[in-house]
Design a protein around this ligand. Structure first.
Ligand SMILES: Cc1cc2nc3c(=O)[nH]c(=O)nc-3n(C[C@H](O)[C@H](O)[C@H](O)COP(=O)(O)OP(=O)(O)OC[C@H]3O[C@@H](n4cnc5c(N)ncnc54)[C@H](O)[C@@H]3O)c2cc1C
Length: 262
């Protein structure tokens, strides 16, 4: 039977690859990653992952894919090395503190949108990860990332970082195992859950944000969406452009540059 209009993650997986490959690659991994059965997840989570039946082992379908030769650090350093940018490390910005807020004409908020409003409508759900490091000699797995799809293996994947930079040579190796679980109040939020309950809560925060002054919400936590890095950077550039246009035409800066509900 062909599934023409997939609603759940499971529908989408079966439509993409059929039952046998779906069970082998998606079902167990997804149950571990999200902590719910794939039937309860929206099709959109899987729809953003490329599935292909050739030898191309790139992660995405984009025509150009690369990571910076010297890593991201020099890029970020070059951005921050600007006379108008002052960096304050290890400093939590508290939007509920008027003293802190009063220092700035406008805030671009990349933290969690619910934290900005002091969790007024409850905490938005996230998955977090525990990263467990291990140092070994030589080569551990021969690839940057290997996924473990069986439910009886407690971790979801192992990343061996030196394979991201095959032009470098290292005798030893560092690997990280990732264990997924529900995000607690003191954990780092990683993946927005965005099921029905969270979507309703998000709507409350978005409506509140639309009425707020002096703040623009952007990024993964600010808009409560799973975003890849290229999309995040693209959206940040679009947001900067629209903010500069607003400043030039003396208009109020937008609270969002994309619709977080989409
Ligand atoms: C485990 C994992 C693996 C990923 N792998 C990939 C990948 O392979 N490829 C890819 O393209 N994308 C990947 N991503 C996605 C990528 O990390 C995100 O797209 C990107 O980090 C989003 O950038 P951002 O600036 O919106 O949010 P973040 O990078 O989360 O930055 C938000 C920052 O705001 C800070 N902050 C929050 N609240 C406050 C506060 N009150 N005061 C001060 N600072 C605050 C946070 O500490 C954080 O540094 C991955 C994400 C995760 C979680």
């Amino acid at each position: 039977m062909t599934i023409t209009n997939p609603v759940s993650f499971e529908d989408q997986g079966l439509r993409f690859v059929g039952r046998e490959l779906y069970e082998a690659f998606f079902a167990g991994y997804t149950a571990k990653q999200w902590g719910v059965e794939p039937k309860e997840l929206p099709a959109s989570i899987l729809a953003r992952l490329p599935v292909r039946f050739n030898e191309d082992d790139s992660y995405f379908n984009h025509p150009y894919q690369a990571i910076p030769k010297y890593g991201y650090t020099p890029i970020v350093e070059a951005i921050l090395n600007h006379a108008s940018i002052k960096v304050r490390l290890n400093t939590r910005f508290d939007p509920n503190s008027h003293a802190v807020f009063g220092e700035f004409d406008h805030v671009v908020w990349t933290g969690p949108i619910d934290a900005y409003f002091n969790f007024e409508f409850g905490r938005l759900g996230y998955r977090t990860l525990d990263f467990v490091p291990e140092v070994d000699e030589g080569d551990y797995q021969g690839h940057p990332v290997v996924n473990y799809c069986d439910v009886d293996v407690p971790y979801t994947r192992i990343t061996e970082h030196k394979h991201f930079a095959p032009w470098e040579s290292h005798e030893r190796t560092v690997v990280y195992r990732e264990f997924s679980r529900l995000c607690g109040e003191t954990d780092t939020p990683y993946y927005p859950i965005r099921l029905v309950k969270e979507k309703q809560q998000l709507l409350n925060y978005v409506q509140k944000a639309r009425g707020a002054k002096g703040v623009t919400f952007i990024g993964r936590l600010g808009t409560y969406r799973y975003l890849d890095m290229d999309v995040t950077i693209h959206e940040a550039l679009l947001a900067s452009k629209s903010m500069l246009e607003c400043i030039a035409s003396k208009m109020q800066l937008p609270c969002f540059s994309v619709d977080p509900m989409v």
